[in-house]
Design a binder for this molecule. Structure first.
Ligand code: SAM
Ligand code: TMP
Ligand code: ZN
Length: 408
């Protein structure tokens, strides 16, 4: 007998389409010697047959992922720093031009977006449960509340600060299984003419590119215009704009407003039509995605095994959260990849979760160069390949694995 899986948005039936088996917490980099105390959970993804929301079938307790030592730093990429500055400036010149405007950011991390807002003198508040990164933001003069945003926290913010003109969340809403509580909180916190703007990896890009490594513990939801429109509707909000973004392997920025307060843009109808035409929400599309994942797994393992047998030196680049899924699902460990270089101080000197490959500082790259590098941070390919052009000049080759395994 199969157990029924209830949709976290609408209580409908969730049909599983890929099972990655036991996986570790993706940002829980392991202290050498402590490999035996790792936490694992069953990672599988499914789609709701009623509201079409694609979601994990099991959640990891939030305190296991987001805590004092959460290592991810949003400021780690130059291209992303520019993206956040542009985003903040665009809010400042559109939604935040009234009398004493107020913006709240959920998951502000190290404050990379809010620093532009703080410099402009606009009233702001970051809500960030991970203590270490919240401290970095506070150190930049940003107002931060160390909390998990949810309905009760929203009510307290509204009481203390009044309504918000903008609530913003980047790469954070999709991390929150209790999305109903968040949306009820946002609805209460927003002013009559306020907007909730959030950007997250787009299901359409994940399916098109077979970027299965976007699926890991922190990414609980995989949004589409269809599922977001329905989720918003259930909470008296309306999807009024969408914008495709080239960052993090393809995202969409969604704008929600209190129902009836704004006219939806043509872009909303356009993306809904595109999703319908491509069959994005059809079970057959998601099953075919699962089959392509297995092809990549077999090809990548075969390539790395052959390179090892030929005596090639292989390193990896970018100890991303995403890499937990690809390394563990494909069975890639220190026998196939000698180390992963990464600029994040809190990841260095540790081992990758589950797969136990040593993480080393970026200056280990090129001293000397390996023969091949598995690019785990493929979403930063342009920035990394430009920075490391000496590697190819020295005869090295990059290995990428989405949309298929390639050596270039
Ligand atoms: N916004 C940043 C960016 O796009 O680079 C950070 C993204 S990071 C992947 C996700 C962040 O969401 C983490 O810093 C985490 O601590 C935070 N977070 C998780 N649950 C949250 C919640 N309920 N409320 C606010 N922030 C949350
Ligand atoms: P992300 O895909 O979640 O943004 O994570 C990117 C990871 O890659 C993060 O651990 C930082 C690392 N990184 C480098 O080591 N060098 C770089 O040039 C860039 C852009 C990222
Ligand atoms: Zn549903």
């Amino acid at each position: 007998m199969t157990t029924r899986i209830f949709c976290r948005v609408c209580d409908g039936d969730v049909e599983e389409f890929v099972d990655f088996g036991r996986q570790p917490v993706s940002n829980a980099f392991v202290v050498p010697g402590e490999e035996d105390s790792e936490y694992f959970f069953p990672l599988a993804v499914g789609a709701c047959s009623s509201c079409h929301m694609v979601q994990l079938v099991e959640e990891v307790p939030r305190e296991r992922m987001f805590h004092q030592d959460y290592p991810y730093l949003s400021s780690g990429s130059v291209l992303m720093r520019n993206h956040w500055e542009r985003t903040a400036k665009s809010f400042l010149s559109t939604e935040l031009t009234g009398d004493d405007p107020f913006v709240v950011e959920l998951g502000c991390n190290d404050g990379v977006l809010l620093e532009t807002i703080a410099h402009s003198g606009v009233r702001h508040l970051g809500v960030e449960p991970s203590g270490g990164v919240a401290d970095i933001a506070a150190g930049k003069g940003i107002r931060v509340r160390k909390d998990f945003f949810e309905e009760s926290v929203a009510a307290r913010i509204r009481e203390q600060e009044g309504p918000a003109d903008v609530v913003f969340a980047a790469n954070t809403l999709c991390h929150i299984p209790y999305i109903g509580s968040v949306l009820r909180g946002v609805r209460d916190l927003l002013s009559e003419n306020g907007v909730f703007v959030f950007e997250d990896p787009y299901l359409g890009d994940i399916v098109d590119r077979t970027s299965f490594d976007q699926i890991y513990d922190e990414h609980f939801y995989f949004f589409s215009a269809h599922s977001v429109r329905e989720t918003a509707r259930l909470h008296s909000l309306e999807l009024v704009d969408v914008e495709r973004l080239p960052v993090h392997g393809g995202e969409v920025r969604y704008t929600l407003a209190p129902a009836g307060s704004r006219t939806p843009s043509e872009a909303v109808a356009g993306l809904l039509a595109e999703e319908a035409a491509s069959g994005l929400t059809l079970p057959a599309t998601l099953t075919a995605f699962g089959e392509r994942v297995e092809r990549i797994r077999a090809d990548l393992r075969a390539l790395l095994t052959r390179l090892r047998d030929e005596g090639s030196r292989v390193m990896a680049y970018g100890a991303t959260a995403k890499s937990a899924t690809v390394l563990n699902h494909c069975g890639i460990g220190p026998d196939l990849v000698e180390c992963v270089v990464d600029t994040t101080p809190a990841k260095q000197g540790r081992l990758t979760p589950g797969s136990h490959i040593p993480v080393v500082p970026a200056d280990r790259f090129g001293a000397p160069y390996p023969d091949h590098v598995l690019l785990l941070a493929w979403n930063h390919a342009e920035e990394i390949m430009a920075k490391e052009e000496g590697f190819r000049a020295a005869g090295g080759q990059w290995i990428t694995y989405v949309p298929e395994v390639r050596v270039t």
